[in-house]
Design a protein around this ligand. Structure first.
Ligand code: AN7
Length: 425
């Protein structure tokens, strides 16, 4: 089996810890940890063929878009049975109207909202909950803006674990809360922000034997990194020029970067796309840090209608910075108005997503306008959550909603008039 361990990301420390551990920070210096492997040399063509052949297999691991790439996840013993709900295997579709709207680029949308609980978190949760079970965890916990908690609740139910979530009171989408409750999670609603909820959870977790599944748990990122393998496979292993995604706690961009690094190191792909991470203007500490070069400053009262990314203290920023640096990446910030326009552009291509996801597309347009993404570029955007995660966002646009509908009696003449009103000649 491939040697695997946990390694401190700090270049001045780099301390190594055994894998069988629910440690999330370096004991020596407090930095984040990576799951690290000593991969043996592989024959890239054979590995690509093996992954492709598994698409026709009945093995539940092969029907998961995470575990189908299990050579990239050798932290789990080959005999272990992962906790899976058939995640991954999500569509990559071109969005031509959106590409023109953004400034004449080709946009490919990777829809991670098409996962079992409707967000990309499922890719990480299958890995993280499988590792938690292997570590003998009984109770898992997270702080969340809504998607992590829905996903944790589903995978915990699947594994027979108890789940506790800390969420900001009345600040997450109702559909996300409903999902978690249906899966049996216990909910602690904090009068405060996501960052307050995360701080409280970390303060009490040590004493309560809670197994944390936030994205500071490095096993989460292991699952999420497989999205890049799936995207590349769907493109015949031709890398796009750019890979854009929204940034909140910055776990996903860190995971994508790690996945790209490993695929390039293994020779499975020859070059990586440049990563572009997009934050909402009212919750953009990492954007400011990147732009000014100053130490990162938390945003005490993050504000954006895209509640999934209303995060003021992104825990994974050092990992995100590392991945942006090696890919020649960029960071952008967008207003809620720009997110709304991007969401409408995607909708014109028949593609729905939650507001936070559309930030990536809004960022691509802004980067095109600034000349930092050239016209004609091949851009892949990650859509992180399903359209129906936040229907209230759509319903709040009252004028547009009302203009699209007419209520009539069950009467033919009324139906004719309604059609004339809605579809004028
Ligand atoms: C739809 O669920 O942080 O930068 O607690 O739900 O990896 O944090 C959600 C984050 C983007 C940001 N899009 O990803 C949570 C949570 C959607 C999200 C992000 C989130 P990261």
């Amino acid at each position: 089996m491939t040697p695997a361990y946990l390694r401190c990301i700090s270049s001045g420390c780099g301390k190594v810890f055994p894998l069988a551990s629910s440690r999330f920070a370096c004991e020596n210096c407090g930095s984040l940890l990576d799951v690290a492997y000593e991969f043996a040399p592989v024959e890239p063509a054979a590995l690509r063929k093996l992954w492709r052949e598994r698409l026709g297999s009945e093995d539940p691991r092969d029907q998961s878009g995470v575990w189908r790439f299990r050579e990239l996840l050798p932290f789990l013993a080959p005999t272990a049975v992962p906790v899976t709900l058939g995640e991954g295997g999500t569509p990559l579709v071109e969005a031509p109207r959106t590409g023109r709207w953004a400034g004449g680029v080709r946009i490919w949308a990777k829809h991670l909202g098409a996962n079992p609980t409707g967000s990309f978190k499922d890719l990480g949760m299958t890995a993280c909950i499988s590792a938690a079970v292997a570590n003998g965890a009984r109770v898992v916990a997270c702080a969340s803006t809504g998607n992590t908690s829905s996903s944790m609740a589903a995978y915990a139910a699947r594994a027979g674990l108890a789940a506790v979530m800390f969420v900001p009171f009345q600040a997450i989408a109702a559909a996300k809360l409903a999902q978690a409750v249906e899966f049996g999670a216990r909910v602690i609603e904090v009068r405060g922000s996501f960052d307050d909820a995360f701080r409280l959870l970390r303060a009490v977790a040590a004493r309560s034997a809670l197994h944390l599944v936030n994205s500071t748990n490095p096993f989460r990122l292991e699952g999420q990194k497989t999205a890049v393998a799936e995207i590349l496979e769907q493109r015949g292993w031709r890398a796009p020029d750019f890979l854009a995604l929204p940034g909140g706690n910055l776990g996903n961009v860190s995971a994508m970067g790690k996945g790209l690094r490993e695929l390039v190191a293994l020779g499975v792909m020859d070059r990586a796309p440049r990563l572009a991470v997009v934050q909402a203007e009212g919750a953009a500490p990492f954007y400011k840090h990147w732009k000014t070069g100053e130490p990162i400053q938390p945003v005490e009262h993050p504000e954006t209608e895209a509640s999934a990314i209303r995060i003021g203290r992104p825990a994974n920023w050092p990992k995100a910075r590392r991945e942006l640096e090696w890919t020649g990446g960029m960071v952008e910030s967008v207003t809620d108005g720009e997110i709304e326009e991007a969401k409408a552009a995607l909708a014109s291509d028949g593609i729905g997503c939650e507001p936070a996801s559309a930030a990536s597309v809004a960022g691509v347009r802004k980067l095109c306008r600034a000349g930092r993404i050239p016209a004609g570029a091949d851009v892949c955007v990650i859509l992180t959550g399903h359209q129906l995660k936040d229907p209230d966002y759509i319903l709040r646009r009252r004028e547009r909603f009302e203009a699209a509908r007419v209520v009539i009696d069950a009467d033919e003449e009324a139906a004719r008039r309604a059609l004339e009103a809605l579809l004028p000649a």
